[in-house]
Design a protein around this ligand. Structure first.
Ligand SMILES: Cc1ncc(COP(=O)(O)O)c(C=O)c1O
Length: 384
């Protein structure tokens, strides 16, 4: 079996991840930070370990700025709905996932003004176009860091500097880059960093969160939910400090035990080493696919300027057919269609039929890339 669907979720996970989760369930199990007994304290220590690992991965000095939730979708909703009020203006790109676009479109109906800056047909965002979109009422720029459709990287650090010049906040969706590409919240001038645990952080599904930088006034940001936090229990009002202000209810502690192990695995290998491995695989994949007659590739087609996600079409075949045949004939798992990102496909010119997407990960090999090229070549010959 060849698993090339890491852009949707990474698999397999490093064995340490399941081991940490089993250990949590079998030997800890208690509710973190709620009770004073030793198992609760141990659960809290494990959750803090996940916070510390995630903070280290994104260059954040204070782990308490990491607010856990279920995934990047929840984190983006928290940031957008928490910050934006009627009369505010927000800038985004035409390469966004629906996790960004749908909350923004809903806010637009609630009188938040939205500018979607068009990207090129390769998914490239020009920071000058972002600068031109800024208005006196602009509060936030909200961007993904790497396209989940074709892998194109967005110029987050340049836009971050621009935001600082204009005293705006920058929200970044790191779903496709966190753990696989260097992201440094301070160096990249990111104010709100949304991450998901189950992709290149190699944790389980149901983990993710929002890192809130020091330029954000937390008291001006509405939580998505309020409730028990295990802190300030004498008060009927929500605490106003991080991370408790945004973390009500019992957390997914077993998931966070797995996330801690996944993020530590990434830190031990090193993001730079993982990135170098993925660049080598992507280079070979792009090079091989571009030599197959009948295959059309999308995006920049340059492994150094994109993530390890590659989108293509095969002449004479529908994307569903390609996906099904790759699974049946070659045991290759990938994703086809619109990848929850209609705006990105409109930008690339692949809407509404979509593309075939290979999402490579740290555990894929050159041999798998070679096998996949043989499989695509066979299909392309049939399609012609
Ligand atoms: C760029 C981007 N944003 C958001 C998401 C949503 O991730 P999750 O389902 O973990 O919330 C994804 C997942 O595919 C993504 O690729």
């Amino acid at each position: 079996m060849i698993y090339f669907d890491n852009a949707a979720t990474s698999w397999p996970k490093p064995p340490e991840v399941a081991a940490a989760m089993v250990q949590f369930l079998e030997t800890v199990g208690a509710n973190p930070g709620r009770s004073g007994h030793r198992l609760s304290a141990e659960a809290a220590r494990i959750v803090y370990g996940a916070r510390a690992a995630v903070a280290e991965l994104f260059g954040v000095p204070d782990p308490l700025r990491v607010c856990f939730g279920h995934n990047v979708t929840e984190a983006l909703n928290l940031a957008l709905r928490g910050l934006l009020r009627p009369g505010d203006h927000v800038v985004t790109s035409s390469m966004e996932h629906n996790s960004m676009m749908r909350p923004l479109r809903a806010l637009e109906r609630a009188d938040v003004a939205l500018t979607v800056v068009p990207c090129s047909a390769e998914g490239v965002l020009d920071p000058a176009d972002v600068a031109a979109a800024i208005r006196p009422d602009t509060k936030l720029v909200a961007l993904n860091h790497g396209s989940n459709v074709c892998g194109t990287l967005l110029p987050v650090a340049e836009v971050g500097r621009l935001c600082r010049q204009h005293d705006l906040l920058l929200l970044v969706d790191t779903a496709q880059t966190g753990g696989a590409y260097p992201v440094d919240m301070r160096a990249d001038a990111i104010d709100l960093l949304a991450f998901t645990g189950h992709k290149s952080l190699y944790g389980p599904m149901g983990t993710g969160g929002l890192i809130v930088g020091p330029r954000v006034d937390v008291r001006q940001m509405e939580p998505l939910k309020r409730g028990g936090t295990g802190s300030r229990s004498e008060r009927e009002e929500q605490p106003d400090f991080l991370p408790d202000v945004f973390e009500s209810g019992t957390p997914n502690a077993v998931g966070l035990a797995g996330l801690a192990a996944g993020a530590r695995w990434v830190l031990d290998r090193g993001v730079a080493a993982i990135h170098a491995h993925e660049v080598a695989l992507t280079q070979r994949l792009i090079g091989g696919l571009s030599e197959v007659p009948g295959v059309t590739l999308y995006g920049l087609r340059d492994a150094e300027l994109q993530t390890a996600t590659v989108s293509f079409n095969v002449e004479g075949m529908l994307v569903n057919e390609v996906g099904q045949r790759l699974d049946e004939d070659a045991g290759l798992m990938c994703r086809v269609g619109l990848h929850c990102a209609p705006a990105a496909h409109k930008t690339l010119g692949t809407f509404p039929s979509g593309t075939v997407r290979f999402g490579l990960g740290a555990l894929n090999t050159v041999a798998q890339v070679e096998e996949s090229l043989v499989a695509v070549r066979a299909l392309a010959e049939e399609g012609r």
